[in-house]
Design a protein around this ligand. Structure first.
Ligand SMILES: Nc1ncnc2c1ncn2[C@@H]1O[C@H](COP(=O)(O)OP(=O)(O)OP(=O)(O)O)[C@@H](O)[C@H]1O
Length: 572
């Protein structure tokens, strides 16, 4: 598949011509099958967006991954983030991009009266079916029996850059580049996964020697998981470019070299601080335009030169030089994927390994972190009364958890296995080696690392982003007053509050009318339900919960809302 530039208008394809230009061969996507066509083998991962299970196709015998699409609020229907991911993945075809092969559907159990049936769900559950990959990079790096060699790192990095070059050439921003979203199989192939935050973007594609392309319009800056988020996004640049993904590549490259995340910030402001420790504080030369960014006003960093060369000295001058290019503060001159592929680092000894030369490893996913850390450190059990590890008795933890284990047309257990007849969840730590839910993994990060940051908050219905990092330990302490920053300042933003995270909405007395609300969205896509602001005296920081509550109360007729969502799909 190649990009057809003739359809480009002013450097951008319309979403429709983009879709036409990216038709995948029909045979490469089955369409829809039943969940009963798969034998579910176990849980692989768990994200904001869905659970991922390993399964075997009963028809072909192939191992696959099933990503369950979580309906955060059933009434709102199919999440738009999932629709985006499916739409994009269906169009993409590259050896270093995960391929969506099929969709599988699990129907609610039929013919049971509500009083008996524990599964009250009326809608089917949808699963995205992709080829099974033995590892994700985060899990692999956590596996103590795996030690990356330099040729291996170069091999993975080259594949990552090839995949990203393809995406960027095709006007796609990934917007969640991180080790856990890079899947690797035992043939040494790396594929970029998780397109839940990806989007088609308007603007030129990167050109050799030209760094990032020029931005054409604004997008939400609330993307990219904090540890991999570039400084311009932390300072709320909205006219961003493909360079945001390249920063993530730099973080992943560094992580492969040292074996753990290199920029593990505990809050957004701390994230910026550690970036400046590494890359130096911004100046007009190193980060032109930084002073104009909304998030810059609050910065009062002590000037420092950066210690990247020092910190990565042991990996050689080639690695340092490429890292410096990827982790450039200046997003305009940050190296692009085309140029990074040509970097001398890949043409100097030790040369990159061929994928086939990389040995195979025990399967390792981010979800297995507990397993590896138990092995490494034989940790003491988690405190009693905690919710750590629901263990083997938990119907959600078995290999078929979340599925009707029989045919989906006659399921026994009810959705998510959480039926009344199931034994109650077991408290306390799981036996060693057992998988634990994602939200408990962070306890077991290598010493010195703060808890993993949550992925960016996304409104799964509208694809809007919520109000930032609620997990943050700074957030509670620093809640803004009910009436926010003075008028005239940029909408939202953490301006004027150096210790506040990500985004603090401005709580203006006069909420905009609905039509104005739409216009504001066009200007500023940190979207919030303004109608909700009208009510409360102060902000409710649990935006995800609030979003679903307010949406279900939305006065707009469902049909209107659906149309809006559809229209919005490619706009952010
Ligand atoms: N095809 C696959 N093969 C093997 N493992 C997979 C596959 N797809 C996903 N996984 C595992 O599931 C995890 C979560 O997948 P994914 O990132 O797509 O879900 P998500 O809900 O969007 O997560 P996040 O909250 O990080 O955005 C991955 O880190 C990986 O370990």
């Amino acid at each position: 598949m190649s990009f057809d530039s003739s359809r480009e208008v002013g450097g951008a394809l319309s979403p429709r011509s983009f879709a036409i230009a990216h038709q995948r061969p029909k045979a490469s996507f089955v369409g829809c099958s039943r969940i009963a066509d798969y034998e579910v083998l176990g849980k692989l991962g768990e994200g904001t967006f869905g659970e991922v299970h390993r399964a075997r196709s009963k028809r072909t015998g192939a191992l696959v991954a099933l990503k369950k699409i979580i309906m955060h609020n059933e009434k709102d229907g199919f999440p738009i983030t999932a629709l985006r991911e499916i739409k994009l993945l269906k169009l993409l075809s590259h050896k270093n991009v995960l391929r969506l092969e099929n969709m599988a559907v699990e129907h609610p159990p039929p013919g049971k009266s509500k009083s008996i049936c524990t599964d009250k769900r009326k809608r089917p559950i949808m699963y995205m079916v992709t080829p099974y990959m033995d590892h994700d990079l985060s899990g692999l790096l956590d596996n103590p029996s795996v030690h990356f060699t330099e040729p291996q790192i170069k091999c993975y990095l080259l594949q990552l850059l090839e995949g990203l070059k393809y995406l960027h050439e095709n006007h796609i921003l990934h917007r969640d580049m991180k080790a856990a979203n890079l899947l690797i199989n035992n043939k040494g192939i790396l594929q970029i996964a998780d397109f839940g935050l990806a989007r088609h973007y308007e603007g030129e594609t990167p050109k050799p020697g030209k760094g990032g392309c020029e931005a054409k319009r604004e997008y939400t800056s609330l993307v990219v998981t904090r540890w991999y988020r570039p400084p311009e996004l932390l300072m709320h640049l909205k006219r961003y470019t493909t360079a945001i993904d390249m920063w993530g590549v730099g973080c992943v490259f560094g992580e492969m070299l040292v074996g753990k995340p290199i920029l593990a910030g505990e809050s957004d402001i701390h994230q910026l601080e550690i970036i400046f420790d590494l890359c130096g504080t911004p100046t007009d030369e190193t980060m032109p335009g930084w002073k104009q960014l909304p998030g810059a006003e609050a910065l009062k960093s002590r000037a420092r030169p950066g210690n990247l060369s020092q910190r990565f000295r042991e990996y050689g001058s080639g690695a340092v030089s490429l890292l410096k290019e990827l982790l450039k503060l200046d997003w305009n001159s940050r190296i692009n994927a085309i140029d990074a592929l040509q970097h001398p680092y890949f043409r100097s000894a030790p040369y990159p390994a061929a994928p086939g030369d990389i040995p195979s490893f025990e399967e390792s996913h981010e979800f297995d972190r507990r397993k590896f850390h138990d092995r490494r450190a034989n940790l003491p059990p988690a405190p009693k009364g905690g919710t750590v590890g629901r263990g083997a008795l938990d119907p959600n933890n078995g290999p078929n958890s979340g599925f009707h284990t029989g045919d989906s047309y006659g399921g026994r257990n009810g959705v998510n296995g959480g039926g009344r007849n199931q034994p109650p969840p077991r408290r306390g730590p799981p036996p060693s080696g057992e998988r634990v839910p994602a939200w408990h993994r962070d306890r077991n990060l290598p010493p010195g690392l703060p808890p993993r940051p949550p992925p960016p908050v996304v409104d799964h219905v509208n694809g809007w982003d919520g109000a930032g990092d609620h997990s943050d330990r700074y957030a509670d302490r620093d809640r803004p007053p009910a009436r926010g920053p003075p008028r005239g300042g940029p909408a939202g933003g953490s301006v004027g509050r150096p210790d506040v995270d990500t985004y603090i909405p401005s709580y203006d007395r006069d909420a905009p009318r609905r039509d104005e609300w739409r216009r504001r969205e066009d200007r500023d896509d940190r979207r919030h339900d303004w109608s909700d602001r009208r009510r409360g005296p102060g902000p409710d920081y649990d935006d995800r919960a609030r979003a679903s509550r307010t949406r279900s109360r939305s006065p707009a007729p469902i049909r209107d809302r659906d149309r809006d969502r559809e229209r919005d799909m490619y706009r952010r």
